[in-house]
Design a protein around this ligand. Structure first.
Ligand SMILES: [Zn+2]
Length: 241
């Protein structure tokens, strides 16, 4: 408890224990997911399950704070696990160095209390969304593009899902090389971690049924109410408001 002395007034010993007893699955440990994972570890989460593929490349380093420049060419996930343990060695970490598919994700998220979606491409986000609906897992949907951050928490059966919000893929979206500044993905990652902490400890209120948008250039923000799409192929059987 001494490690968490500065936050016990905020979370209470009971909240702290809930964190210790909880598991978060983080899909993607890049600029956004890596920041979320690191702050969850700092807060005292008991277990992290991480998924991310590939090796570190130099352009990762403008935002992926779990990576190291002397490890360019080495596996991203192994480096991320080392970095998290450098901050808090007590966190149990399970890692899958692979992309998200519906079938695999169902197994990977099974032990998780909360899922954080921090993938960079829509096909994986849709697969994870479907897996979370299938398994009844709450999913923090955090995204950024350029200077803009989007955030909402999806609860199967209680809120619209990702496919309700974005039923059609934006064909102009670039899967690789979209613009990203580390401070912006880091903001989004901290906000995603905060959603997970609130969900687990019961403090505050999760950002459900609302999509928050922040423009980090002006710090203007707004949120819109979300409505389920009755014909949504991903969740229409389960959505009740
Ligand atoms: Zn839906």
């Amino acid at each position: 408890m001494n490690r968490y002395a500065r936050q016990l007034d905020l979370l209470g010993e009971e909240g702290q224990k809930k964190l210790k007893d909880s598991t978060v699955f983080v899909a993607g440990i890049g600029g956004l997911g890596g920041t979320a994972a690191l702050y969850l570890a700092a807060a005292g989460i008991g277990k992290l399950i991480l998924a991310h593929e590939g090796e570190i490349v130099l352009p990762d380093l403008n935002r992926q704070i779990l990576m190291e420049d002397k490890k360019v060419g080495e596996e991203r996930l192994a480096c991320a696990v080392e970095s998290i343990h450098r901050l808090n060695h007590e966190v149990e970490i399970v890692s899958y160095p692979a992309r998200i598919t519906f079938e695999e994700a169902k197994k990977w998220i099974e032990p998780a209390d909360v899922v954080i979606d921090a993938r960079y491409d829509f096909p994986e986000r849709y697969a994870l969304n479907q897996a979370c609906i299938h398994m009844g897992k709450p999913m923090v949907e955090a995204a950024m593009y350029g200077f803009e951050i989007s955030l909402t928490t999806i609860v199967p059966g209680k809120t619209p899902c990702l496919s309700c919000m974005y039923p059609e893929r934006d064909e102009s979206w670039k899967p690789v090389g979209f613009p990203v500044l580390g401070a912006v993905s880091g903001m989004a990652g901290c906000m995603a971690a905060m959603e997970a902490i609130k969900w687990i400890t019961g403090i505050g209120a999760p950002l459900t049924n609302r999509l928050l948008r922040i423009n980090s250039l002006t710090m203007e923000q707004y949120s819109v109410s979300l409505e389920g799409m009755p014909s949504c192929p991903a969740c229409n059987q389960q959505y009740h408001q």
